[in-house]
Design a protein around this ligand. Sequence first.
Ligand code: SAM
Length: 286
Amino acid sequence: MTALNEGWFTEIFQDEGTAFSLKVKGKLHEEQTPFQKIAIWETETFGNLMTIDGCVMLTTRDNFLYHEMMAHPALFTHKDPRKVVIIGGGDCGTLREVLKHPGVEEAWQVDIDERVTRLSEQYFPELCESNDDPRANLFFGDGIQWMRDVEPESIDLIIVDSTDPVGPAEGLFAADFYRDCMIALREGGMVVQQSESPLLHADSIIRRAREDMLKAGFDHVMTLPFPQPVYPTGWWSCTMAGKNKPLQYFREEDADERPFVTRYYNKAIHHAALAQPQFMVDLFEG
Ligand code: SAM
């Protein structure tokens, strides 16, 4: 739910009894696509803001936290990720991070809504700076169907950078989808999914996703918390699942000597994200 009050954009989380506000200069764009309502705002201090169906997707100022954590921990955990597929991620921020890895030979971004990408090109051009990389493939269609149709054992890493598990994204948080991911992955392959707030969703969305990943045949799961100020509670997570691939070890030396710039991710942050808060240990391992 969204409220606009005297120059403030407010996203209200009715069930949780909380809200998040940004001071805005105005609305730059709004459109209803066949899938969702996208709006772009200019904020006073966070740059541009994209919302989908009234929910905050990203801002210029803090999206690096989310995009780096969706990409680099998984890419440095996989032994040798060459083919990477992003499901969702239409703003292209995750794609940009993936393509920073010189070993990646082919990266696909599969988003259901082409308008997200076109608006990102216009209002978040820095996120789209790698879209012309010859390794980048932008496909617009349903990620659930795409994963059903893809050649078995052809992908090293699947990154599910989706909206919340409602509407078109609901099926991206489901055992059937994870099963299709499992089939699509090569040996040692991994899936990583944005898995909402540890504080709000550990006992619901995160626990279900972990259980469904294990049911689908993955033998390792790991949830990594990280800060994300503009999302509910300001604390977010991604959940990794490995196909015969332990997830608590990563290519530390490669992470430390990465040949590209990051603003949040580094070796120490990766270690820190692997540390599990006690309530998550109790919930997932108890
Ligand atoms: N992680 C961000 C968040 O939680 O706010 C969302 C980033 S990204 C903009 C989410 C994308 O998922 C959107 O562009 C949306 O179009 C896409 N999406 C939702 N359902 C999808 C589906 N079934 N297949 C492919 N893309 C989907």
